[in-house]
Design a protein around this ligand. Structure first.
Ligand SMILES: NC(=O)c1ccc[n+]([C@@H]2O[C@H](COP(=O)([O-])OP(=O)(O)OC[C@H]3O[C@@H](n4cnc5c(N)ncnc54)[C@H](OP(=O)(O)O)[C@@H]3O)[C@@H](O)[C@H]2O)c1
Length: 319
């Protein structure tokens, strides 16, 4: 598979979406602007923001500061759950554009299906109209399961989503959603492709990284690209931003792709409050904290976390 940082994927509305983008969740203020400028200077041409991240203004400012052609970069935002329904969603698009300070977004997503069927279908109708009005150039969804996609296609057969952005990594491969998207020519975007950076010390992953002279993060990003899926690693660290784009001089062979497929756990981390509590606790070198944490976590979540990394398990087992 021949890929480069300039590679794009064709959407069902005919537009070309860059296959690698910078995620900007938690990238705010001057740090966020520097991160986006660093990425654009390094050759990234795709930035993934959201109203929920409260950094749409920073995206517009960074593009301006960078000074390149507006149309050479792909800018995505998302409508938060509290703005579902037709009127609220229409207003949210306008608000978001005002913050961006540019005439249009390249892609606007419904951030999640959580507000319920009636509200999300009305929000989708608002996005169709925003697209007709030229405020957004492509429209899509995020965190949609198979039945949400089917429901949307049934209600709006002429206006399918171009994209479904979901958590996806070797640890959580989402096979049924990926297959449903492929069936309807909907491009899948992977968020949290690095598992939020928590699992880079998994020994099998380290072994594959050593084989290619790469880091575990490179392997995780490359895995997604080789699945023909758009990938959105996040970093605010200039060195890591540049390093995360260095995934084109090698190709994972079939055997290593199979090993990575074997990392599937069946569970995600990003919308999982238990897992966030765990990561927070792991950051604190206090044994008492681990025992408190073990009491708070459900056994199922502990199993899931343990299966991610042999490194995390012993730490959770401390008294
Ligand atoms: N639609 C949704 O519901 C949704 C949900 C979550 C995320 N997203 C999107 O997807 C993007 C990425 O997902 P994410 O932010 O959840 O997680 P991620 O990209 O899997 O991981 C980001 C974490 O990994 C660290 N990191 C980055 N590069 C690294 C490297 N080379 N080595 C070690 N650590 C590294 C980052 O720290 P530093 O910043 O310090 O480098 C950060 O803590 C988000 O920013 C957002 O745009 C969408």
């Amino acid at each position: 598979m021949s890929l480069s940082l300039a590679s794009t994927i064709r959407l069902n509305d005919g537009r070309a979406l860059p296959r690698l983008g910078l995620g900007v969740y938690l990238s705010k203020g001057a740090e966020g602007i520097t991160a986006i400028c660093t990425a654009l200077e390094a050759g990234y041409r795709h930035i993934d923001s959201a109203a929920f991240y409260d950094n749409e203004k920073e995206v517009g400012e960074a593009v301006h500061k960078w000074g390149g052609e507006r149309d050479s970069v792909w800018l995505t935002s998302k409508i938060w759950d509290s703005d579902h329904g037709y009127e609220r969603c229409s207003k949210a698009v306008d608000r978001s554009l005002k913050k961006l300070g540019l005439p249009s977004w390249d892609l606007m997503l419904l951030h999640s299906p959580n507000p319920g069927k009636a509200a999300r279908l009305e929000a989708w109708r608002a996005l169709i109209d925003a697209k007709k009005a030229g405020k957004v150039r492509s429209i899509g969804v995020s965190n949609y399961g198979v039945h949400h996609i089917q429901e949307l296609l049934e209600a709006f057969p002429q206006d399918p989503p171009a994209v479904n952005q979901i958590e996806l990594s070797p640890f959580f491969q989402r096979a049924s959603i990926v297959a449903e998207c492929a069936k309807h020519d909907i491009v899948v975007e992977s968020y949290s492709p690095l598992g939020k950076g928590a699992f880079v010390d998994l020994p099998e992953l380290q072994d594959i990284a050593k084989k290619y002279g790469k880091t575990p993060s490179h392997i995780l990003i490359r895995y997604v690209l080789q699945k023909d899926i758009v990938v959105l690693p996040k970093s605010v660290n200039p060195d890591r931003i540049k390093a995360n784009a260095d995934v084109y001089g090698f190709e994972l062979d079939a055997e290593d792709m199979k090993t990575l497929d074997g990392f599937e756990t069946g569970s995600g981390i990003t919308w999982d409050r238990q897992f966030h509590a765990c990561l927070l606790a792991l950051a604190l070198p206090d044994a008492c904290c681990y025992s408190q944490l073990r009491r708070r976590l459900e056994p199922q979540t502990l199993d899931c976390i343990s299966s991610y990394s042999a490194h995390i398990k012993p730490r959770l087992s401390r008294p």
